[in-house]
Design a protein around this ligand. Structure first.
Ligand code: ZN
Length: 249
């Protein structure tokens, strides 16, 4: 089986996406899968959606992609404000009819996928778009983890929390770091591939994973987040969305 690169939570961050695609190409990995949150938070939702359409074998739905078309009551104020901006950027008009394809792409995304012997969703195998599987759930929410693992018969790759690492069937979570970036996939486990466009584990470098046989490797790529920050500010988005990129929070 050939290797599969898995990206998630791109969040309209074009510089991070370009850096990750360049690294995937350099690694010689031909197939790319996207676990959603293509848009939201970032200044370049249209350009990032078009890149995903061009480069990814398949893409599944994230909560921010869903939010482009639905009620935003459950989103935090920063996310909501950024989604209003995102809707504007994606709205087709007489002068920009080409945006329709990107909008329809996001509207039609599936919630789950199976490939390479794994399951894939944005959030959690039991509630694929919205539910978070948090790194603390193993010891704070064992009942929740029990229910989630009850439905798993193989590895499942997710994003959504922006924290890369692996939840094992005994509910232990191992965070991916530079020292521990390769994991074996044997039986049910939940692999969080981290976030390309807005990492929150304290490391500002863009994050993605490569599945190869029974192994998964987490990769980090430095990119010019100052350019991304300048574009977020120029777009009139909240300064906190720019500032957090420098801290990886
Ligand atoms: Zn996200």
């Amino acid at each position: 089986m050939t290797a599969l690169a898995v990206v998630s939570d791109l969040h309209g961050n074009l510089e991070a996406v370009e850096a990750v695609l360049a690294r995937i190409d350099a690694l010689g990995v031909a197939e790319i899968a996207c676990l959603g949150d293509v848009v939201g938070y970032g200044a370049d939702p249209l350009a990032v959606t078009r890149l995903v359409m061009a480069r990814c074998k398949w893409t599944i739905l994230g909560n921010h992609d869903w939010g482009v078309f639905h009620d935003l009551d459950d989103f935090n104020p920063l996310a909501r404000e950024a989604l209003f901006y995102t809707r504007q950027q994606l709205r087709p008009s007489l002068l920009r009819p080409g945006r329709r394809a990107a909008q329809e792409f996001l509207r039609g995304l599936p919630e789950r996928m199976q490939d390479h012997g794994c399951l894939f969703c944005h959030g959690s195998p039991r509630d694929p778009v919205m539910e978070y599987v948090l790194k603390s759930d193993g010891f704070l929410e064992p009942d929740k983890m029990q229910q989630i693992f009850a439905h798993l018969d193989r590895p499942c790759c997710v994003g959504h929390t922006h924290w890369p690492g692996v939840h094992r069937a005994d509910f232990r979570f191992t965070q991916a770091t530079d020292q521990q970036r390769e994991f074996r996939l044997d039986g049910p486990c939940i692999v969080n591939v981290g976030s390309v466009g807005q990492p929150r584990d304290g490391d500002p470098r863009a994050c993605f994973a490569v599945l190869d046989g029974d192994r998964v490797e987490i990769h980090r790529v430095a990119y010019d987040f100052r350019r991304t920050q300048a574009k977020i500010l120029a777009a009139g988005l909240h300064p906190a969305l720019a500032e957090r990129l420098a801290r990886g929070k």
